[in-house]
Design a protein around this ligand. Structure first.
Ligand code: BV8
Length: 262
């Protein structure tokens, strides 16, 4: 491992050993080692001819709900077949070491919860939720039992059991406002954290990217974990140029040593 990464891991572990409240802001990079393609790569195989940036919009859904639903079904099937990776697990493990750990994620794959993280703010929604298209009212849709070979048709599109209205994925699309309560909670936690870790995000998409930015501006100790250095890394207190699934388990092991726990 590069000397820089080892020193940065030691530095961050030292900070975490005296941290009361940690906020971990994650993007698609944290799920990459589970095999979940990042959003920009979410179009593979059959879907390669579609641009996810145009599919993940209310306009695309209004124009062709069947196409958009089957894209999300494809991504849901992908994630169902995958598992949390050591990065997700390490974040969950910190809950048993630090007083408070809050995950603020842009990911919609549900892997933080599956890894055992209990406080997870899903800024961009979840592949596992549905809501009415016209009023955003959340509805518990009963998914088909076996999704393996299932594809939606015009007649089988998800509909509200009460009103029969068309349902949509409970996902925040481009051009749509994030849930205001979830977003304000994310900012509140970041402001009151002793340490913020930003992992696996290019920090391009707003307002999600503004959450760690605000912590940094308030002087909260901030570290980034990403093989590619982002603009935030250059201003952060520590930058670890490693995959999160490699760095985070090492950081947690060192924190345990420093906190005298085996
Ligand atoms: C909104 C769900 C307004 C969909 C997603 C300024 C302020 C406010 C808004 C804007 C603004 N400028 C532009 C906007 C508009 C837009 C935006 O930010 N556009 C960008 C492209 C410039 N924002 C919006 O539209 C937001 N809404 O602004 O509403 C409004 C307000 C009031 C009223 C009405 C409207 C909504 C944005 C949410 C869109 N939905 N996801 C779905 O999944 O289908 S965003 C989606 O893309 C992801 O959730 C993620 O946030 C983003 C990027 O995803 P990826 O490309 O996959 O991830 P990323 O590149 O971040 O991650 C890869 C990184 O990981 C890389 O850096 C890589 O190096 C690293 N990595 C790779 N492997 C590893 C790794 N790191 C660690 N370990 C590894 N192993």
């Amino acid at each position: 491992m590069q000397a820089g990464a080892a020193a940065a891991i030691e530095e961050l572990a030292g900070q975490l050993a005296q941290t009361h409240k940690l906020v971990v802001c994650t993007g698609a990079g944290v799920s990459a080692e589970s095999g979940v393609p990042t959003f920009r790569d979410a179009s593979s195989g059959l879907w390669a001819k579609y641009d996810p940036m145009t599919l993940a919009t209310p306009e695309a859904f209004a124009r062709d709900p069947l196409l958009v639903w089957n894209w999300y079904l494809h991504r849901r099937r992908q994630v169902d077949a995958l598992a949390p990776n050591p990065g997700h697990t390490a974040i969950a493990e910190l809950q048993g070491i630090l007083n408070e750990v809050v995950v603020v994620t842009q990911n919609v794959d549900g892997l933080h919860r599956r890894a055992g993280s209990r406080t997870v703010l899903e800024l961009h929604g979840t592949l596992y939720g549905t809501k009415r298209f016209h009023d955003g009212h959340k509805v518990d849709y009963r998914w088909p039992g076996d999704l393996t070979d299932f594809e939606f048709t015009q007649d089988s599109l998800p509909r509200c059991p009460d009103t029969g209205e068309l349902l949509r994925p409970d996902i925040v699309w481009f051009g749509e406002a994030l849930d205001s309560v979830t977003l304000s909670q994310a900012f509140m936690h970041a402001r009151s954290a002793d340490c913020v870790i930003v992992a696996g995000t290019s920090g391009v998409v707003y307002p999600a990217a503004a959450v760690p930015e605000e912590a940094l501006q308030l002087g909260v100790y901030t570290a980034e974990i990403n093989p590619d250095e982002t603009e935030l890394a250059r201003r952060a207190d520590a930058y670890i140029a490693l995959p999160s699934g490699v760095a985070l388990p090492q950081i947690v092991a060192r924190v345990k040593q420093l906190r005298g726990r085996r």
